[in-house]
Design a protein around this ligand. Structure first.
Ligand code: PMV
Length: 334
């Protein structure tokens, strides 16, 4: 039995990945930039049983996520990823995977990013595959696009690329570069009607999609420069603009994806009020869900959390700073 356990952080995108040029390879329509999170992570143990799995129909891969055994379709996306790893190592072994998130599934933090990053690194290491971080990034991308960014710590850019090997993430700055925080305001725990995987495929049906993509090069440059200069007053407006542009695309695609809930709008208005009336340096971004990520420097976290607690629609608050890339752990989950 070959076993490996890895912890990988989720990430929050400042310039979003939305829409695919190639749904099989998860090739995006543009670059994206994110921060890997220290305090929202997945721990995954992968064990390979070194025996041919001709009988895999009888004894399929065993996958347990947050204590629940995944069967059928729920397991399929992970089995497909395990198949990629098996093909690389040229083996036909059965896998046992146990994975644990330290954050609630419906908290609006991307568990697919940390999950597929941890699965890729643990799975490859347990197979004895020595892949460079860049190759791991390409492989993680096949599982979930945003997972390619969680292969690196700190501030990360995913290069759009044009094929399987060129569409990879690269580190911009390590986590120590800037003590930026993500304060997640959970306003709804309702399950998503449409997953991001489904959403990427319909992005191009929005008349605004092409305009958003065309607007990104200068916005990406602003975000890169603002991170380099640790300048929240330049970063903030750019991330708000792209989050709203992405949701404009979502709302106007076919089918229309309306992820916002009343609480989402309450938090968006509050953030702008705190900035304008109280001078708080806090800005928002929103992923494919109703919850709002508030981005601020460390010294603003206290005042932001205190104000969020006063809002009727905020059910839970999660805080994370920037974190490292995947880390191998000595302690296994089984
Ligand atoms: O990796 P996916 O397919 O779950 O897509 C992530 C999409 C967003 O979270 C909305 C944006 C992003 O870049 O993380």
């Amino acid at each position: 039995m070959r076993k490996c356990t890895v912890r990988a952080g989720s990430n929050i995108a400042f310039i979003k990945y939305w829409g695919v040029a190639d749904p099989a390879l998860n090739l995006p329509l543009s670059n994206s930039i994110s921060m890997t999170l220290a305090d929202a992570y997945t721990v995954t143990t992968v064990a390979w049983e070194e025996r041919p799995a001709q009988a895999r129909g009888e004894a399929p891969d065993e996958i347990v996520l947050d204590g629940v055994r995944l069967e059928g379709e729920a397991a399929q996306r992970i089995v497909a990823h395990l198949d990629r790893l098996r093909a690389l190592a040229q083996v036909d072994w059965r896998a046992r995977v146990v994975s644990q998130n330290n954050f609630p599934a419906a908290a609006g933090i991307a568990s697919s990013a940390s999950g597929f990053a941890a699965l890729t690194v643990a799975g490859c290491r347990a197979l004895g595959l020595e892949l460079s971080p860049t190759r791991l990034s390409a492989l993680a991308r096949r599982g979930s696009g945003s997972a390619c960014r969680s292969i690196f710590g700190g501030f990360v850019e995913w290069e759009q690329g044009h094929d399987d090997t060129t569409s990879v993430a690269r580190p911009l700055f390590p986590a120590e570069h800037w003590d930026l925080h993500d304060v997640v305001a959970v306003v709804s725990r309702a399950a998503k009607a449409v997953s991001s995987a489904g959403g990427h495929q319909v992005a191009a049906t929005s008349p605004f999609n092409a305009a958003r993509i065309a607007s990104l090069p200068p916005l990406l440059a602003t975000v890169r420069d603002a991170i380099a200069a640790r300048d929240i007053s330049r970063l903030g407006p750019a991330i708000e603009q792209d989050a709203l542009a992405m949701h404009g695309v979502m709302m106007t695609s076919h089918p229309s994806l309306l992820y916002w809930q009343p609480g989402t709008v309450e938090v968006l208005h509050a953030v702008r009020r705190w900035r304008q009336e109280e001078g708080l340096a806090v800005y928002f971004t929103i992923d494919a869900g109703p919850n709002v990520h508030l981005i601020c420097e460390q010294d603003q976290v206290g005042p932001v959390v205190q104000r969020l607690q006063q809002l009727a629609s905020v059910q839970q608050i999660l805080v994370s700073g920037p974190g490292p890339g995947p880390v191998e752990l000595d302690e296994h989950l089984f």
